[in-house]
Design a protein around this ligand. Structure first.
Ligand code: NDP
Ligand code: GDR
Length: 353
């Protein structure tokens, strides 16, 4: 019997890669699409089940259903119609800085939205049939209590996003313990790709470095250059989401590379891929990334990108996922990730000139 998967957040970075991965695995893939005044299906159009795909009898197709994490009735209706074997709950207001501006909505979508999804499964009597994966995050560790962070490290979230996700983490665990639901958390550290949203730091850098190198932008304004992150490649991480749901027992896993780098290092590498050598001068808000060849300042700090509370460093320990799931945390190296993103954005910028 062909398995059915339902992905909330299918139009996002991870949702789009996961949909491709599950189609390859032979799943019937369904996704929740929220209404938007402009098209929000750019990352998944190539898989969308429309007349053309049907006429061509293509196998690579997904089924979309309108719904929203803030609307229980839509979640119940969709789950009842689809009868999924697996749900991947990826939908979220996922931007940490924005969560300080829209804290209540972030809690609605990320915290209560997770509860709504779990309740929908319970109300429909599907706790035996349906497994659910919850997109938890390294932001739970926030103000770091232990380095590296693993499954047993205490949480200390530092943003409305982190706090909302902490509720999501615990309510998922609670439904597992209370109702025997196969409900699991993947505590994923930052993962990036050429499909990353343009306001997250890595993509902001790769797009800006590409535009600067092609003479279309003068400068890049950044926030905290000292932040340390454990960055992996999104394509590798969605595979692990699936592996976590196939494990024989429902357990929570940290997914990370076990290596961390500063935002400054990411900048240096990205510009180098565009043929520009950056030299760093100054400190704090006066720090600048200077083009070593011309002496022109290309990167400057703008305090408007600082956060009310910052997560200074995150480093994950993926030992459990490596040992129990056989997952390879170093499939794509940091350098390779920067190269993939830069190659994509250099071509994109050139095409759009
Ligand atoms: P994105 O921001 O790229 O995608 C978020 C998805 O959620 C989009 O499809 C978005 O729809 C959808 N969405 C947002 N709000 C709602 C809502 N109210 N109802 C329905 N759908 C909604 O995130 P990522 O793909 O990067 O991340 C996926 C999940 O993993 C998120 O939950 C994120 O918090 C979590 N996570 C991400 C990490 C990362 O490094 N990428 C690390 C750890 C956890 P639309 O396209 O219309 O905006
Ligand atoms: P993060 O990712 O907050 O870790 O959350 P982001 O890329 O936004 O920031 C990473 C670090 O870079 C610093 N930074 C900047 N960030 C942005 N966005 N823009 C800037 O100009 C800038 N300058 C410096 C930030 O202060 C931060 O320290 C991501 C999201 O995908 C979450 O949904 C997910 O849960 C976590 O990763 C794990």
């Amino acid at each position: 019997m062909q398995k059915k998967a339902l992905i909330s957040g299918i139009t996002g970075q991870d949702g789009s890669y996961l949909a491709e991965f599950l189609i390859e695995k032979g799943y019937e893939v369904h996704g929740i699409l929220r209404r938007s005044s402009s098209f929000n299906t750019g990352r998944i159009e190539h898989m969308y089940l429309n007349e053309w795909v049907r006429d061509m009898k293509q196998q690579r197709a997904i089924n979309l259903h309108y719904g929203d994490m803030t609307d229980s009735s839509s979640l119940i209706r969709i789950i009842q119609a689809v009868q999924p074997d697996e749900i991947y709950n990826l939908a979220a207001q996922s931007h940490v800085k924005v969560s300080f501006d829209v804290p209540e909505y972030t809690a609605e979508a990320d915290a209560i939205g997770t509860l709504r999804m779990l309740e929908a499964i319970r109300i429909l009597g599907m706790t035996e049939k349906t497994k659910i994966y919850q997109a938890s995050t390294s932001e739970l560790f926030g103000l770091v209590q232990e380095v590296p962070q693993k499954e047993t490290t205490p949480f200390y979230p530092r943003s409305p996003y982190g706090v909302a996700k902490q509720y999501g983490f615990w309510i998922t665990k609670n439904y597992r313990e209370s109702y025997g639901l196969f409900a699991v958390n993947g505590i994923l550290f930052n993962h990036e790709s050429e499909r990353r949203g343009e306001t997250f730091v890595t993509r902001k850098i790769t797009l800006a470095a590409s535009r600067i190198a092609q003479g279309l932008q003068d400068k890049l304004y950044m926030g905290n250059l000292d932040s340390l992150r454990d960055w992996g490649y999104a394509k590798d991480y969605v595979e692990c989401m699936w592996m976590i749901l196939q494990h024989h027992t429902p357990e929570d896993f940290v997914i990370a590379t076990g290596e961390m780098h500063t935002v400054r290092e990411f900048c240096t590498l990205a510009f180098a891929e565009a043929g520009i050598t950056l030299r760093w001068e100054g400190t704090g808000i006066n720090e600048k990334g200077i083009d070593a060849a011309t002496g022109r300042p290309l990167v400057e700090v703008d305090p408007k990108y600082f956060r009310p509370a910052e997560v200074e460093q995150l480093l994950g320990d993926p030992t459990k996922a490596k040992t129990l799931l056989g997952w390879n945390p170093r499939k794509t190296s940091f350098e390779e990730l920067v190269r993939i993103m830069m190659k994509h954005d250099m071509e994109l910028v050139a095409k759009n000139r």
